[in-house]
Design a protein around this ligand. Sequence first.
Ligand code: AGP
Length: 611
Amino acid sequence: MCGIVGYSGYRDASDVLVSGLTRLEYRGYDSAGIAVFEKDGNVTQVKAKGELKNLKNKLSDEYKPVGITGIGHTRWATHGEPSDLNSHPHRGRRVTIVHNGIIENYAELKAFLTDNGYEFFTATDTEVAANLLDYYYKGDPLRCITDFMSEVVGSFALGIMFDDIKDTIYAVRKESPLIVGVGDNEAFIASDVTAILEYTKKYYLLEHNEIAKLTANSVEFYNHRLKRFEKELKIADWDLNAAEKGGYPHYMIKEIHEQPTAVKTTITPRIKNGLPDLSECGITAEKLQTYRRIFIVACGTAMYAGMVGKYLIEGLARVPVEVDVASEFRYRNPIIGKGDLVIIISQSGETADSLEALKISKSLGAETLGIVNVKGSSIARNSDMLIYTHAGPEIAVASTKAYMVQLSVMYLFAFKLALAKGAISIEECERLTKGLAATPELIQNSIDTVINDCQFVATKLVAADDLFYLGRGLDYALSLEGSLKLKEITYIHSESYASGELKHGPISLICEGMPVIAIATQKSLIPKTVSNVEEVKARGAMTILVCDEETVFGEETQKALDYIIKVPKTDEVLMPMSAIVPLQLLAYYTSVNKGIDMDKPRNLAKSVTVE
Ligand code: AGP
């Protein structure tokens, strides 16, 4: 979602802002803009609807503001269509701002400001925020910001410049993330650290209701009572290479190839003496024994990783697990409390619905465990226990490596829990853990084995309007993710069904040539899924089966299978780590064949920081 960059230093601010915005492109946006304090002291804005290249063209063809301080923004429209006019920055009379979040009471505030003589030219809530700041501005920026905070309902991260305070940026946040970077004689604000890695790795995490004041040579922090305080300086452990394509045509394929390393980095420090060890995350056997029920709450791909977790935990540890969509969980008055564990899974750690679900769970007395990729993110900081996944920066909107490491953590957790509950023996746990430790090679092997098949089969999917994914058990959980991946980046309508549900309705949709992708890696369920495939074949479907390399089919069954993609075999319970690879690659190559920029699919944002 919206990306914020701000700069005060000695470099050309326009260049720094555009380079930062380029690094934030992955978050998803529909327009962009910058505002720079020019040498004459005026603030000049340049904005453009659409891709960042439109803004870059405007800056090179029309006018590029010259100055050393400025703020920039990529906008993902919430109020008002994507347009030059609605793009950020927005101006109040003497104030310029960029904003991430939603001002929920903007209509009420707009009416109030209109009564006080303010005029509005855009459909945005941000213009209301800019004018409200102007209304409160009586020469003291910090006081103005706290007055603003006490009036506004909603979420915001703001970069603010006051016309009469040259070369200074103010920043404030509530809910929406913001960091403050520091270099030598320069300072930055940004929605995340990737925007500033080119210049510095040193940054501060701005917390809720904290205000920062930045100039080239100083960074000051204030709380909402205007008391100045010091913050802990952090050093980013992501380097610039990790956030670049490194020779691959797209971030998504680069990230698919990074999966073996990401899994290795995530699991290796958590396996000790052949068994899972999560003690550094605050998870001990004694603690695990106390949980009666587990809830896994997340959104999108992270939630589908949770679905795999449910099958694993229930199957191995025999502890009941409910998987919830975070946006539903937060409003369904969940029946949870002491003795329950709520696991929140999130790559970004900033997903608004997941964060709220976490807060609700804590307030109801449940213990919470965050499984998070981005260090220091809101979910990471608010969870009682925390397991970081070590995927490194995931830039492609379609999550691949973050999902894979989430799965790897689900395994560690399920094995540990099963052992703690006495549901499996120590020998069994050692055997499973050994299999997990070998998954980095397994994933690499899977990529190498299926890549050509996927490229070929993807050519058969490009023309499809509709497509089904089928599976049972763990394969069903996997098919949900396969289907989401495909629809996100190919714009093909795709649904995933538990194979057994087909005859209860969805089979009526099968028509001549419609692709159906079935996943069958769980031995006892293979015959059942295959007979469902035969049923759709009999109704004209084009069938694709993903199974392990050792599965053999009779002659009759072969006839029902148009394409078979065989993945390397491992212990049945670990097969999702191998079988997800072709689902990712099928989506990727279909997207390539359709000429879609899958790293930035339409309408989607990487980090969904508003409801
Ligand atoms: C994944 O491909 C999606 N873009 C999306 O479903 C994502 O997984 C979801 O928005 C959750 O994000 P999070 O992991 O950052 O919380």
